[in-house]
Design a protein around this ligand. Sequence first.
Ligand code: SF4
Length: 332
Amino acid sequence: MKHANVALFVPNNGCPHRCSFCSQRSITGKQVQPSAEDVRKAAEIGLRTLGPKAAEAEIAFFGGSFTAVERSYMDSLLDAAQPYLGGGKFRGIRLSTRPDAVNPEILNVLERYGVTSIELGAQSMDDGVLAANGRGHTAQQVRQASELIRSRGFLLGLQMMTGLRGDTDEKAWKTAEQLAELNPACVRIYPTIALRGTELGEAYLRGEYRPQTLENAVALCSGLLDYFERRGIRVIRLGLHASPELERDMLAGPWHPAFRELCESRRFFVGITGELHRLHIPEGRLSIAVSPVCVSQAAGQKKENLHKLSGLGYDARIVPDASVERGGFKII
Ligand code: SF4
């Protein structure tokens, strides 16, 4: 199932709080509230470009707290999507919202409108981290909202962040474990970026907040990626999308245009070195067979993995092998 093929960004006008890291304008690259007409136009374009594949896709409302926006505005967007659902058109609607903006009554409304998937911005399952970043909800509310969403038959997506104020790798791992227990269909992982105009950005400029380094974020997120995928939970996003606004407002933080690739490469390196250790191969020449689609990830950006292996005494080369599954490898 594709997670979103037509996405509209609804900036944060529904948010009762202002999270420490949030600059919706920079993150979504949009400032204007979409109208019902924008929904119709996006759906028409989506149908034309996707053709029959639209039937597997959803119309998605991202970027804010969708179920906390003014009800008549929310209704107008969902109404506009109705003619484009079913009958070979889009399979449903996907949206993202806050855990404290989910209740049985709102889920009734979303069900009637044909909403199929709901993503919750959990960000952390540590109440201290949530409070330190002005989230305005607790970990327990994430649990309750997740259970409610799943019990009503919606697909659940969960979003987490790393490197928030007060967060540590250990707390991030506990967050990942608790999110996995909620049985989401998918997760998104976002390392925190300090943006101009946000509370964290100001704290960074005052020297009171230090974001993760890129290296630390890649090390942590590659482990989280592996953790979720081993449990059958798809990681549908790792790191913020590039946008001119993000590049303009970014003050500091582990942002990279190919963040996921870096994490996938790191995962290969950790897996390969772990296997060499397990097989008691201390050094020497080796071929590492990987799926043809993973050759560059296994070698690493600018062949970083091969260079690091060389530094450890291995003269390694990566060979494509269609019999190896994506993400896997064989040492020959
Ligand atoms: S809930 Fe989301 S959109 Fe609202 S202020 Fe926080 S991060 Fe921004």
